[in-house]
Design a protein around this ligand. Structure first.
Ligand code: NYM
Length: 212
């Protein structure tokens, strides 16, 4: 009998929303409950493309805006064979940022529209669930200073948040807004419930593709 596939679960949100903490806790909880699960993150900075992106984010290099957008997308595409293999083997993937971050961050720059930004990611494996960790800019500010990387300013993050809100109107994507102002444990419980439901449902569904 063919093995049931794993689910592709993505966490998105602005900086400070708690995505990485929640991804780790979710993978741990799924593994504890006997469900094979692994974490991935984008950008994946260890590849050759990822190193170019990392240098750009750390302000060690400058890249033209369209070019870096395409590199972020290429960084996802280079990991597609591995993602598909793991999903087919029955491993659920919990992914810290995906194509939606790509579109939200680039389209928050002047001169970019959502449509152009979405094109390079068309055809990527479509997440079975995208949870958006919602946190107001005021609450994010209470969680401390931004770091040193590019994009880490409240003005830019506010623009990114608006782009995410536009993306969440797309009914072809299974979005769930999660109130990230709750305690870490309450957010975790909420996320775990949605994830377990999605893992059950995904077993019997083919993996989709992102559309434009
Ligand atoms: N980012 C992330 C993009 O601009 N485009 C993308 O496609 C992705 C996946 O990279 N500020 C931005 C968002 C973040 C930064 O992410 C690094 P992290 O999760 O802080 O490593």
């Amino acid at each position: 009998m063919a093995c049931k596939r794993g689910a592709l679960i993505v966490l998105e949100g602005v900086d400070k929303a708690g995505k990485t903490t929640q991804c780790k806790k979710l993978v741990h909880a799924l593994q504890q409950s006997g469900c094979p699960a692994e974490m991935m993150r984008f950008p994946e900075r260890t590849t050759t493309i990822g190193q170019l992106i990392s240098a750009y984010l750390e302000n060690k290099s400058d890249l033209e805006d369209h070019t870096v957008h395409l590199l972020f997308s290429a960084n996802r595409w280079e990991l597609v064979p591995l993602m598909k293999k793991k999903l087919e083997q029955g491993t659920t993937l919990v992914v810290d940022r995906y194509a939606f971050s790509g579109v939200a961050f680039t389209s928050a720059k002047p001169g970019f529209c959502l449509e152009w930004c979405m094109k390079p990611d068309v055809g990527l494996p479509k997440p079975d669930l995208v949870m958006f960790l919602q946190l107001s800019p005021a609450e994010a500010a209470l969680r401390g200073q931004f770091g040193e990387e590019r994009y880490e300013t409240s003005v830019f993050q506010r623009a990114v948040q608006q782009k995410f809100e536009q993306l969440m109107k797309d009914p072809s994507v299974n979005w769930r807004a999660i109130d990230a102002s709750q305690s870490v444990e309450d957010v975790h419980e909420n996320i775990t419930t949605h994830s377990l439901n999605t893992i059950d449902a995904a077993e019997n569904l083919p993996l989709g593709e992102l559309c434009g």
